[in-house]
Design a protein around this ligand. Sequence first.
Ligand SMILES: [Zn+2]
Length: 159
Amino acid sequence: MSSPPNPMLDLLTQLGADKPEWQPLLDAMRAQQHTYAEELVDEPADQEPTRDELLLQNEQLVALLKRARHEIKRLDATVNALEQEVEATGQLHAELAAALGACPACWGTDRACPGCRGRGRPGAYPADQPLYAHYVRPAARRQQELARPGTTPAPAAVN
Ligand SMILES: [Zn+2]
């Protein structure tokens, strides 16, 4: 059987057409709509809903809308957090590439890279000295210490 019309779901479906992150919510709303339609299976289809039924339906739509708003807020927060994480990761990625003198776009792994044509492996360019001192020198120093005979791999002291 088909579900009763749900203008809210239709609207959210339209608004969410280019928002894949909304799809789980919309699926949940559709499932709930379907369940609600099954609950009404005893009712003859040609009979007009009573006022109480309309009120109930309205209450359910309002409850759905509240849940949708809550879910959208939650998804927005998730998207914001992910955007911040992507930005931070991108910045670290760029800094490490500069510290190592690598192509920031592909690190020398992509022959089609317009910046380096696949030749931008670490060491391909002069390293950014402050970033080299921050990221690479301590790691290289530590590796040298560990390479000495009789050295146990304990954590390095924090400066
Ligand atoms: Zn490249």
